[in-house]
Ligand binder design. Structure first.
Ligand SMILES: *Cc1c(COP(=O)(O)O)cnc(C)c1O
Length: 420
């Protein structure tokens, strides 16, 4: 069988890739002595080589200074979270005052909704996409239940698995937006890999008088974001997927500066209190005039140290080159899958939209009629992807460490397993 991408083609493309040198900054897992083809950066990103030293630095500060490490050592802990702010602001496309590293994704969704989902009898609806990630479904349902006037409205659709297309979202906003309090959606759908037009959907829902937030778990470090310019009200993300910041790593949130005033209701904690008087510990909460006002607790320094090491690598990457590589690699992946289908007669259904504007790093496909043995064989050969019945495989490239050689090796292994 001739190949869609040969090892030689791949070598040429890797040589021309401006991001290729960053691969050496990561630990690539191995299997039977060979680097695996790692396609699950959308689930857990790989460990940067700098992570260990970053953790060691803070462990040493703790050893040497104890509590005084809040003020001493190379990175005093008191303002530690601020060390992440600029890098996160760049990836989210926001002002540094609008972003903070904190908490966990689901926890951040809850604390943001406490501020930005305040249903009334006239506007009861919390609108979201059907077939959202399970944690979001549970979190949003409980938010709607919590308020006497709350009501969840899932926008159903015709995409694979029943998630809505952008047109179906816009139609639902048009039809029901006047009863909507808040729209909260995933920016990139975790299952299909569809990237939603955040600016357009945000503007449509806001025109109906709704507040609009986005879950960017699969969007941060994946697709280009300009949350401030798009006028998005709020957003949250986790950092262990494309951001490579360690399992369960510290999450983040964004709040547009128009909501930074003291009149906004917040579920408060001491780290959100005005820094100037935080340690005077006055009885009344005075919020910081920034996204930091949503912080509850002091910084989990070790987790943030790991995230700092991961963001150092993003800081070195030109984001246009990052997006270009993501699209070029997923183009190769899609072309390769079509080629394999034609050559082997295997039906391969692509669940991810093909247009560049509608996708990021992930390609989800169904190998029709294949069962788990097909996938287990791939894993045994060092292809790490994500399996879901029936026959569905989610594969994500990660522009900081994925190579075209990975794709060439993937094609050979897929060809072999489909003709076995
Ligand atoms: C990964 C993911 C989560 C996970 O939530 P945690 O609170 O980090 O466990 C939630 N929502 C979406 C959309 C995700 O992709």
């Amino acid at each position: 069988m001739n190949r869609f991408i040969s090892i030689d083609d791949a070598a040429l493309r890797d040589a021309a890739d401006p991001l290729a040198p960053l691969r050496a900054e990561f630990h690539l897992p191995t299997r039977d002595g060979e680097e695996v083809i790692y396609l699950t950066g959308n689930s857990l990103g790989l460990q940067p080589r700098g992570t260990e030293a970053a953790l060691r630095t803070e462990l040493e500060s703790w050893q040497k200074y104890g509590v005084e490490a809040h003020f001493h050592g190379p990175n005093p802990w008191m303002p530690y979270h601020e060390r992440l702010t600029d890098s996160l602001a760049r990836l989210a496309g926001v002002k540094p005052t609008e972003v903070v590293a904190m908490g966990s994704l689901t926890g951040n969704l809850h604390t943001l909704l406490a501020s930005f989902y305040r249903p009334t009898a006239e506007r009861p609806l919390l609108m979201c996409e059907a077939k959202a990630f399970p944690s979001d479904q549970y979190a949003l349902a409980s938010q709607a239940q919590w308020h006497a006037d709350g009501e969840l409205f899932e926008i159903r659709g015709t995409d694979p698995e029943g998630a809505p297309t952008p047109d179906e979202v816009l139609a639902a906003i048009e039809a029901h937006g006047r009863r909507g309090a808040t729209l909260l959606m995933g920016g990139v759908h975790y299952f299909t890999g569809r990237s939603y037009p955040i600016a357009e959907i945000t503007a449509a829902a806001q025109a109906k008088g709704m507040l609009v937030g986005w879950d960017l778990a699969h969007a941060m470090g994946n697709v280009p974001l300009k949350l401030h310019e798009w006028g998005v009200d709020f957003a949250a993300w986790c950092s262990y997927k494309y951001l490579n910041s360690s399992p369960g790593g510290v999450a983040g949130l964004y709040v547009h500066e128009r909501h930074h005033g003291p009149e906004v209701f917040r579920l408060a904690g001491w780290w959100g209190h005005d820094k100037a008087t935080r340690f005077a510990m006055p009885p009344e909460f005075v919020p910081e005039a920034s996204a930091e006002a949503w912080q509850w607790s002091n910084a989990p320094v070790l987790g943030m140290a790991a995230q700092r090491a991961a963001l150092d690598l993003f800081d070195r990457a030109d984001l246009n080159a990052y997006r270009a590589k993501s699209l070029a690699m997923t183009d190769v992946l899609l072309g390769m899958l079509d080629h394999l289908a034609a050559q082997t007669g295997q039906e391969i259904k692509v669940l991810t939209p093909r247009a560049a504007k509608d996708r990021g790093c992930q390609v989800s496909v169904q190998f029709v009629g294949r069962d788990r043995r097909f996938f287990d064989y791939l894993v045994s050969k060092g292809v790490y992807a994500d399996w879901r019945e029936p026959g569905t495989v989610r594969m994500a490239v990660a522009p900081l460490y994925s190579s075209y050689r990975d794709l060439a090796r993937l094609e050979a292994l897929l060809a072999e397993s489909l003709t076995k």
